[in-house]
Every structure is written in C-alpha cells, then in structure tokens.
Write a protein that binds this ligand. Structure first.
Ligand SMILES: C[S@@+](CC[C@H](N)C(=O)[O-])C[C@H]1O[C@@H](n2cnc3c(N)ncnc32)[C@H](O)[C@@H]1O
Length: 251
C-alpha cells in the first residue's frame, strides 16, 4: 500500500479505456434493440458504460462483475446517485468463478478479454467463446479489443510487455469473431485523442503524487512505475496498438 494513497483512475477518467462520450453513445445505439434488455458487463470496472446504457434505456436492467472492490464501490455509488440502483446488480467477484442468474440479451467485454485467464495469446478467442455462453439466442456482444493498428517494429515490440502474437490485424479480429459464430454489425476504433486522454489519465495521478510527495519512501517505486508506463507508451504502443469496438450479433 502506497502512503499516501494514489488517487483512483476514476478521478481522472470517465471511462477506463480509450473511449469518448460521443463514441460511447454511438456504441450504445449499435446494440439495439435494448428495450427490456438484460445487459451483462464482464470486467466492468466502475461500470460507467453499463450505467449509461441503463440511463439511455429506462426498461433495461444490468449486471456488472469486477473483482476490483474500489471499482465496484464507485459503480454502486454512481448507480445510487443517478437513480439506477434498482435496475443494476454490481458484483465484486472473480469472473472465473461467477455464474449468471439468467441469459443476457447483451454482453459487454470492453478491454477485459483477460478476465477468463489463461494464456494471453488465447484471451480474445476465450472471450468470444465465453461470451456466447452468457448470451441468450440472438444476443449481441460488444467486444472492445486490442489489435495492431500498424505492424509494430522490432524496436517497438522490445519496448512494450506485449507479444506480437497476442493481437492481430482488424480484419483478422473480425474474422476470428465470425469463426466463433458471430456476425459483425458495426466496427469502430479508438482514435489517437481517445488513447491520449486514457494514457494521460493513468499518468496524471502518479505525476501529481510524485510532485506532492517527493520524500516519501515510496517515491522511487512510483517514479519507476510511471517511467515504465511512459516508455511502453512512447516507444511501444502509441500509434501501433489499436482498440477496436466490435458490435457482434450471435445466432
Ligand atoms: C481495462 S479494465 C476495463 C474496465 C471496463 N470494462 C471499462 O471499459 O471501463 C479491466 C477490468 O477487468 C477486471 N478484471 C480483470 N480480471 C478479472 C477477473 N478475473 N474477474 C473480474 N474482473 C477482472 C479488472 O479489475 C478491471 O477493472
């Protein structure tokens, strides 16, 4: 535990991912029909996207699952403050041991294909398989997943903790979804501004903390963490790694 504590990401970010308000609203519309839909958000974090679906569709209900206690606590507080608490179940749980109470009309796996564990090289395929098990017939999946926006160079790959084989091109990602029985309804990708807002949000809390606590016994460790993350970003994934939002129709 760092003392004093570092501010949680939700203080600097609206969504825990490279996602603008405009794109979020458009993605929600891509998931129609949502009237009376039950929406399950797996690895929901503080569940801002799920809460926005419920705000947009007064007849929808939702379940969000995440093992991060602080994220779920913040999600519950937001749900209460926005009058959504009676339509959403926010569970602090490990997805690998969690069983849903009912099939979902919509499943969201946004930046969270890793929640089912296993070899990172199989995370995307796992997520496509596991989401099918959660969906009712003719349900929709929103998959927010990494892909190589540009072929990374050897130097870029050496600078980031991501093996090239973990991701694929956008066309191959869409083909993988089709190979799992889905059909692509819509596709978008995060732009550089969305990525920068997201990455800056990570850096901000660390940099403020370092400015305000230069003599803390934890300063060297926090500085090293922030420096590592900046190197990954500036020398590794900025401009090479993309985040695709696939709206997928299950049979
Ligand atoms: C990059 S965040 C994405 C959060 C959210 N989907 C969003 O877009 O705001 C990944 C989330 O997955 C959660 N997570 C990772 N492994 C998990 C597991 N086994 N069970 C539940 N949640 C998990 C983390 O706690 C984290 O909140």
């Amino acid at each position: 535990m760092t003392s004093p504590e570092i501010a949680p990401l939700h203080e600097d970010l609206t969504f825990h991912g490279p996602l603008s308000e405009e794109r979020a609203a458009r993605l929600i519309r891509s998931l129609a029909p949502l009237d009376h839909a039950h929406v399950v958000d797996v690895g929901c974090g503080w569940a801002e996207f799920l809460l926005r679906i419920l705000e947009a569709v007064p007849t929808a209900t939702g379940t969000g699952v995440d093992r991060d206690a602080k994220g779920i606590a913040h999600a519950r507080a937001n749900a209460g403050a926005r009058g959504l608490a009676d339509r959403v179940n926010l569970l602090e749980a490990d997805v690998t041991g969690w069983r849903p109470e009912r099939p979902a009309d919509v499943v969201i796996v946004n930046g969270a294909s890793q929640v089912w564990g296993g070899d990172p090289l199989h995370h995307t395929a796992n997520a496509l398989t596991e989401a099918r098990k959660l969906l009712a017939p003719r349900g929709r999946l929103l998959l927010g997943e990494g892909f190589w926006e540009q072929e990374p160079t050897e130097a870029q790959l050496a600078a980031m903790p991501v093996p090239k084989a973990q991701y694929r091109s956008l066309a191959d990602l869409v083909d993988l979804a089709h190979a799992h029985g889905y059909r692509l309804v819509a596709v978008e990708q995060a732009n550089q501004d969305e990525w920068d807002v997201f990455e800056n949000g990570h850096a901000l809390a660390w940099e403020r903390w370092l400015r305000d606590n230069p003599d803390s016994e934890h300063a060297a460790q926090i500085r090293a963490t922030a420096d590592n993350q900046r190197n990954y970003r500036m020398r590794g994934w900025r401009g090479t790694m993309g985040l695709a939002y696939l709206t997928l129709q299950a049979p």
